[in-house]
Design a protein around this ligand. Sequence first.
Ligand SMILES: NC(=O)C1=CN([C@@H]2O[C@H](COP(=O)(O)OP(=O)(O)OC[C@H]3O[C@@H](n4cnc5c(N)ncnc54)[C@H](OP(=O)(O)O)[C@@H]3O)[C@@H](O)[C@H]2O)C=CC1
Ligand SMILES: O=C(O)[C@@H]1CCC=N1
Length: 273
Amino acid sequence: MSAERAEVIAFIGGGNMASAILGGLLRAGMSAAQFIVVEPVAAQRQKLAGEFGVQALPAGDAGLARATTVVWAVKPQLFAEAAAPLKAWVSGALQLSVMAGIRSDALAAATGAERVVRSMPNTPALIGQGIAGLYARPAVSADGRALVERLLAPTGQTLWVEREDDLDAVTALSGSGPAYFFFFVEAMMAAAVDMGLSAEQGRRLALATCAGAAALGLASDESPTTLRERVTSKGGTTHAAITSLQADTVDAAIRRAVLAAQKRAAELGREFG
Ligand SMILES: NC(=O)C1=CN([C@@H]2O[C@H](COP(=O)(O)OP(=O)(O)OC[C@H]3O[C@@H](n4cnc5c(N)ncnc54)[C@H](OP(=O)(O)O)[C@@H]3O)[C@@H](O)[C@H]2O)C=CC1
Ligand SMILES: O=C(O)[C@@H]1CCC=N1
């Protein structure tokens, strides 16, 4: 990150996502002095200052004008309220949003900046294993795109989409996706207990199995369908389980759930920007 010594990054909102990105950048060698966080909750400001050594302010002030990049990490519902008092100070910076739903038109109008990149990260960013979808407005140069890639690199992979609406699908798939996965693990743990194992044994077995299966899927040239069929011996245990899942139309339920998330992302954009 040495080429970015002049960079000053301001986070608006210092919650889960801001902390994940900030932590990654500090681990990658950026200096705490390069960050400002605007965060209204005193306890959260103390946590950010203590954990990361960054300057955490209760509200925006003229110091924000130093920021070369502003990262919007408040809930979509609070974006308009958070942006209004800051517009005069942030309009010269590159704007990077992690907020679900809020359209780049709304970001540009609320910040007075045309250089806007929207991203949709996910919580594995906390351990550098996230994947973030990215969309840039036309005013963002190749250098601006490259800067955003460097800023998010410590959190994991990035994937650009050319149509802004596709970010709603990314939100539904990988933004919310870790929650679907943990929901599945919770059900596996409950089944473990039903069968007489402890919840902790179930947790270890389920998480190690899911991590191993994901690693196998990434390392293999074979499709998830083929990899599933390889586990499924004729007349065996997996066949019994998959037959039960199919009878319960779990595949259709998962598709409906992901589409519900996509629909909600679009609604958030309409309701809050
Ligand atoms: N969590 C996730 O998995 C993902 C979240 N996102 C997006 O990231 C954004 C943040 O989510 P997340 O980090 O989970 O949420 P958090 O609630 O953890 O963080 C948001 C923070 O912003 C603070 N805040 C509220 N109002 C203001 C304001 N006016 N100015 C500055 N800060 C303010 C909040 O304080 P208070 O608690 O008082 O409201 C809170 O600490 C959302 O837009 C979400 O869509 C994107 C991808 C994944
Ligand atoms: O649930 C949400 O709205 C946010 C966006 C993706 C993950 N969490």
